[in-house]
Design a protein around this ligand. Structure first.
Ligand code: 13P
Ligand code: SF4
Length: 331
């Protein structure tokens, strides 16, 4: 790194720490954030851990270093707090794949053929349309959805509690949106019938069997751990399937030196920091979520200095969405 960049980094870090102190702000960072952002955060975690932290903080300001739906969840759970998202364009393409009423943005029929054996695909164009087709089925929505979709759902789930959430419901048929891969993960482990949306995460969807096979050939002793947003075929090849923080826990607990990881490479920062004697190989080169990487030290500094960008969910949506999030937190 050049001296100018290093100086810049030092100055920005100092400013951030000063502003954070002055404003009594809490900095939350998702496990995929840039290393320098993680190093400055008060709490680093997966979606569930960060939702819990946002729900119980006393700080008047929460700076959410993650993507839009995460900041929205913080605003829903802590409506009296000011929630800032340092980059307003940091969204989640998977969350955008389902809307309550608007047009649907994906329709990958070939995938339906491939996975049709595991569960039934939703034949609908909006969430409301889908609900009208299965009026008795409760809707479980992944936290990777807009506040409006959460408001139309019965209960939320994250990658670490999806199965538990589905099993907590009394109905035998359950709608899961928007991630077909997380739905497949649950469908394989429950007796309930799962009706799924066919959304996906472009970062995890790209992991191929060839990626895993060639890494396994190079590192035959390595343990394969993948995120449930990976395709079912990849889940089936893995030794373990877990959320980002679940992967961190497993990497620490398992007494092995090498791991093949099927998730965004930002997790590598904590994996290496917390396990300096172990080696981690990501499923493919540059396994990066560009949205997660939008937040930089400069945008974090600007967020604290200029109080931007405020994420506030309108009350009519917030109250309904909070019911779904609270119900999940109870589970
Ligand atoms: P986690 O809840 O496992 O951190 O996942 C969030 C996410 O967006 C994964 O792509
Ligand atoms: Fe969304 Fe995938 Fe990025 Fe997670 S990694 S925020 S699911 S696009």
């Amino acid at each position: 790194m050049s001296t100018a960049i290093l100086e810049d980094k030092e100055i920005l870090t100092k400013e951030i720490l000063q502003l954070k102190e002055e404003k009594n702000a809490l900095i939350l960072a998702h496990n995929y954030q840039r290393a320098e952002i993680q190093d400055l955060a008060d709490i680093i975690g997966d979606s569930l851990e960060l939702s819990r932290a946002a729900a119980k903080t006393n700080n008047p300001i929460i700076v959410f270093c993650g993507v839009h739906f995460m900041a929205e969840s913080a605003s829903i759970l802590s409506p009296d707090k000011i929630v800032l998202l340092p980059e307003i364009t940091a969204g989640c393409p998977m969350a955008d794949m389902i809307t309550v009423e608007g047009p649907r943005r994906t329709d990958r029929k070939e995938y339906r053929d491939l996975l049709g054996i595991v569960f039934e695909f939703a034949d609908a164009f909006t969430l409301r349309d889908l609900k009208s087709k299965y009026p008795a089925a409760p809707v479980v929505c992944y936290v990777n959805t807009s506040a409006a979709v959460k408001a139309e759902s019965d209960i939320c789930c994250t990658s670490s509690n999806a199965l538990k959430v589905v099993e907590s419901l009394k109905e035998d048929t359950v709608i899961m949106v928007p991630d077909r891969n997380l739905s497949a993960y649950v469908a394989k482990r429950t007796k309930k019938k799962i009706i799924t949306w066919d959304g996906f995460c472009h970062v995890h969807q790209r992991v191929s069997a060839a990626n895993i096979n060639s890494l396994r050939a190079e590192h035959p002793e390595a343990v394969v751990i993948v995120h449930p947003e990976c395709p079912l075929e990849i889940q089936d090849m893995a030794d373990h399937i877990a959320s980002t923080s679940g992967i961190l826990r497993l990497a620490k607990e398992i007494d092995k030196k090498e791991f093949i990881i099927g998730t965004e490479e930002g997790l590598g920062h904590r994996l290496k920091k917390e396990n300096p004697d172990k080696e981690f190989y990501f499923a493919y080169e540059h396994m990066v979520c560009p949205n997660m990487k939008r937040i930089t030290l400069r945008s974090l500094r600007n967020a604290l200095r200029d109080m931007q960008y405020v994420i506030k969910v309108p009350d009519d949506i917030r109250v309904k969405a909070k019911r779904a999030l609270d119900r999940m937190l109870e589970v």
